[in-house]
Design a binder for this molecule. Structure first.
Ligand SMILES: Cc1ncc(COP(=O)(O)O)c(C=O)c1O
Length: 430
């Protein structure tokens, strides 16, 4: 399924001047997040990696299902703290500046994911000066067995990388926390986000390997292992948009791992696999042409709004909504037959490719709508919006039925607050 009924119906109501637009189905998001939460054992904490999609409405809709949020910059920290006040935050990411660390200490961030020995020294000094206790998870770039990261779409560890601390330095770094020289820092545990795009089997094997390594490290130093954060990176299959990460198998595996480590809280922090399915980039066809034997359709907008297919090199899954109305006096261009057609945007670059050789069941015409699916994560927020100065898309949040949030939700949803980062001209909570 690449669309939901709510999204199809709403997309038909938007006049062409209001396209392109991001449509978010918050009902679908809540349903998905509830299913993910239900598949995980009670003892496993679920944080949402806000970098995947930090829209206020998204953060708010997720609030009943997550235990906290992972933020990776001072900007994300300030924004998420405003959007979902009072919720636990973990501050990760490389290259934290002293100013960001000071702000994090002042705002009472729950966990610091420390990326290097230098960052630990800066945090120790600033925490002491502020007289604020900081709970630390040391992030390590761990080696994991054999082929585990081979299927990864984006490996960030298990090989030379700027992320996390080298395991060879682990004992020295742990000693700086246990020998008494950093009294304002508390070693709470270990963090490792090694790759994105792993299936449940690989994720579980990585989680087990990280947790066992962390348990051995803390045991060597005679300190408790209170927490292990095994990161995010649950696979999303853009080629088969109906497929989902096997949360049930992952939850069962994490339950067994948690049983092996009864005194340790396990935590995960997915981004993409939580929000990707709730967003669509809706647009319409502006022009259709044939070039050297192939059909192309130029749609309003492009990869400056939806960079995901350009950055990942895939074809963004999409659905066509035929529009029978053609109000113009000039002829309506259309493909000669039912397909395939390559969908491109309005940018003057051959890289502005949204989907190649899309099979069609009917000719595609100017004015037809196209809904690009799996646009709820790493889409608008990673795009180069200002290239060529085309207008920005609208943002529409379809509410679903907020009352349908299950009774076992972990926290009360907080009301949506306005996000003033962009002109609110075409921003609607429907
Ligand atoms: C430290 C960390 N945690 C979590 C995530 C979320 O990864 P994903 O969106 O693939 O689940 C990322 C992504 O880069 C990350 O760097």
């Amino acid at each position: 399924m690449t669309t939901t009924p709510a999204v199809r119906a709403y997309a038909r109501t938007l006049a062409p001047e209001r396209l392109p637009a991001y449509l978010y189905d918050l009902g679908a998001l809540r349903e998905h997040a509830a299913a993910v939460r239900a598949a995980l054992p009670e003892r496993v904490e679920l944080y949402y990696a806000a970098k995947a999609n930090p829209e206020t409405e998204i953060l708010t809709a997720l609030a009943p299902y997550v235990d906290g949020y992972e933020v990776a910059s001072g900007g994300e920290l300030a924004h998420v703290a405003r959007a979902v006040p009072g919720r636990p935050l973990a501050f990760g990411g490389p290259g934290k500046t002293p100013e960001e660390i000071r702000a994090a200490l002042a705002s009472g961030v729950g966990r610091f994911h420390v990326e290097s020995a230098h960052e630990l020294a800066v945090l120790a000094d600033l925490a002491a000066r502020a007289r604020v206790r900081a709970r630390v998870l040391l992030r390590f770039n761990l080696a994991v067995p054999g082929e585990l990261l081979d299927g990864s779409a984006l490996a960030m560890g298990g090989r030379p990388a700027p992320f996390g601390i080298d395991p060879a330095d682990a004992d020295a770094v742990v000693r700086t926390l246990t020998e008494g020289s950093s009294p304002w820092l508390e070693l709470f545990g270990i963090h490792a986000h090694l790759a994105s795009g792993l299936d449940a089997r690989r994720q579980l094997a990585v989680a087990a390997s990280v947790t066992r390594w962390a348990a051995a490290l803390t045991a060597r130093h005679g300190v408790p292992l209170r927490e292990v954060n095994v990161g995010g990176g649950m696979a999303v299959d853009y080629a088969r948009p109906g497929e989902r990460f096997d949360w049930a198998a992952y939850g069962r595996g994490l339950a067994a791992l948690a049983d092996e480590h009864p005194d340790t809280v396990l935590r995960i922090e997915p981004g993409r696999a939580l929000t990707v399915y709730c967003g669509w980039y809706a647009t319409d066809v502006l022009d259709v042409k044939r070039s050297r034997g192939e059909d192309f359709a130029v749609v309003r907008g492009g990869t400056h709004h939806l960079r995901t297919p350009a950055t990942k090199g895939h074809d963004q899954p999409c659905a066509v909504l035929p529009a029978d109305d053609w109000p113009h006096p000039w002829p309506r261009p259309a493909t000669g037959g039912p397909g395939p057609v390559t969908l491109v945007g309005q940018l003057c670059t051959p890289k502005d490719l949204l989907a190649r050789a899309v099979p069609l069941t009917a000719p595609l015409r100017a004015g037809d709508r196209v809904l690009f699916a799996l646009a709820g994560a790493y889409a608008w927020n990673i795009s180069h919006h200002d290239f060529l100065m085309h207008p920005r898309p609208g943002f529409h949040f379809l509410p679903g039925d907020p009352a349908s949030a299950p009774a076992d939700a972990r926290a009360t949803a907080v009301p949506a607050t306005a996000l003033s980062r962009r002109p609110a001209a075409d921003r609607a909570n429907i």
